[in-house]
Write a protein that binds this ligand. Structure first.
Ligand code: PLP
Length: 391
């Protein structure tokens, strides 16, 4: 018999384990670690949302829902997208409720990408984009971004990377891991290139609500873009609902129809209890969501100032809950820096290289952590940096 590994799909076999996982495993073995490593709200889901789920269970809501998701939820999503982001979608045909944005991303790529199609992906990139492109049979084409440009991609950069095989531009703003956002003009310039070369955009807007200065602009809102964009949104970050596994995709009928075709044979539907809770989140949970966003904004300023004081250059993040400072001047690689910071000071952050080679020289710190933990983590980081200066 062949070795078990030899039975595996070579595409899956070739994908290395997540660079974040290794640090979690290391941190889990240690005591007294302050983690700024995870991209997860430190808040518990607001009570009214949890209560809606309990009530749904009491009432016996334990069945499958329609493949698209509960009609009531899709109607709430359509209303919310329209009011919050001026995006208009038909609840009957243009919205699909999914098991997190993770599933929506996988479905979008599998529905759109044919073997050999190229997918443009700004880098540093969220860890799932390249593996999911490969699972779909596509070819990921990273577009490296630089601190000097605020980690924002430009229209010229997109245009330069386009080949006859390019099919999809994957946008993710506000960005994980850099916290970068694109303004309307930058999006308009990119949209012009997308239209000219007849591409499709998969726009992961999971952090849209966590935009701290000005309003979040979805590329789907720009002229001529609605029909060539799939917007991915969800409940994990804004409503502190990571464990509920609920997200959604909005797009034209053909895109959503194709995604639903895959979803109905794989996932069937998202959990009904999470869907019932999400209806409450959109109907009555926006106030609590905004309160959490205010907290993140307060912490964001604290973190940016703290990095300034520590002498680590850091682009001010415009969204999400991550800072991505440079540690180049320490002479350590991102991996070495993170491993030593963890072992010597018990602070867990993620090496920028977990998000692609252009992340070398950077670390990702999540500020979805309490002010007390952030303050203590920065005190420890200060000690560490001082020791690096005077060995
Ligand atoms: N997209 C981005 C950019 C993320 O950072 C994450 C989670 O960290 C996800 C998608 C996954 O979200 P979900 O919990 O909705 O699957």
């Amino acid at each position: 018999m062949k070795a078990a590994e030899e039975f595996l799909n070579p595409v899956v076999r070739a994908i290395p384990p997540s660079g974040i996982r290794r640090f979690f495993d290391l941190a889990a073995e240690m005591k007294g670690v302050i983690s700024l490593g995870v991209g997860e709200p430190d808040f518990v889901t607001p009570w009214r949302i949890r209560e809606a789920c309990i009530y749904a269970l009491e009432k016996g809501y334990t069945m499958y829902t329609s493949n698209l998701g509960l009609k009531e939820l899709r109607e709430e999503i359509a209303r919310y997208l329209s009011q919050a982001f001026r995006l208009r979608y038909n609840a009957e045909k243009e919205i699909l409720v999914t098991v997190g944005v993770s599933e929506a991303l996988d479905l979008a790529l599998r529905a759109l990408v044919a073997p050999g199609d190229e997918v443009l992906i700004p880098e540093p990139t969220y860890v799932s984009y390249i593996p999911c492109t490969l699972f779909a049979g596509g070819v990921p084409v990273p577009l490296p971004t630089r601190m000097e440009n605020g980690f924002r991609i430009s229209a010229a950069q997109v245009e330069k990377a386009i080949t006859p095989k390019t099919k999809v531009l994957l946008l993710a703003y506000p960005n994980n891991p850099t916290g970068a956002v694109l303004n309307r003009q930058e999006l308009e310039d990119i949209a012009a290139v997308v239209r000219e070369h007849d591409l499709v955009v998969v726009s992961d807007e999971i952090y849209a609500q966590l935009t701290y200065e000005g309003e979040h602009v979805s590329i789907a809102r720009l002229p001529g873009m609605r029909e060539r964009t799939v917007v991915l949104q969800g409940f994990s970050k804004a409503f502190a609902m990571t464990g509920w596994r609920l997200g959604y995709a909005a797009g034209n009928e053909a895109f959503i129809g194709a995604m639903t075709k895959i979803h109905q044979y794989t996932m069937l539907c998202a959990p009904i209890t999470a869907q019932m809770a999400a209806i409450e989140a959109l109907r009555n949970g926006l106030g609590e969501m905004r309160q959490m966003v205010r907290q993140y904004n307060y912490r964001r300023r604290l973190v940016v100032n703290a990095f300034k004081e520590l002498g680590l250059p850091c682009v001010e993040p415009g969204g999400a809950f991550y800072a991505f400072p440079s540690i180049r001047h320490t002479g350590l690689s991102a991996e070495e820096f993170c491993e030593r910071l963890l072992r010597e000071e018990r602070v867990a952050v993620v090496p920028g290289t977990a998000f692609g080679p252009s992340g070398e020289g950077f670390i990702r710190c999540s500020y979805a952590a309490s002010v007390a933990n952030l303050t203590e983590a920065f005190r420890r980081m200060g000690n560490f940096l001082q020791r690096l200066r005077k060995p």
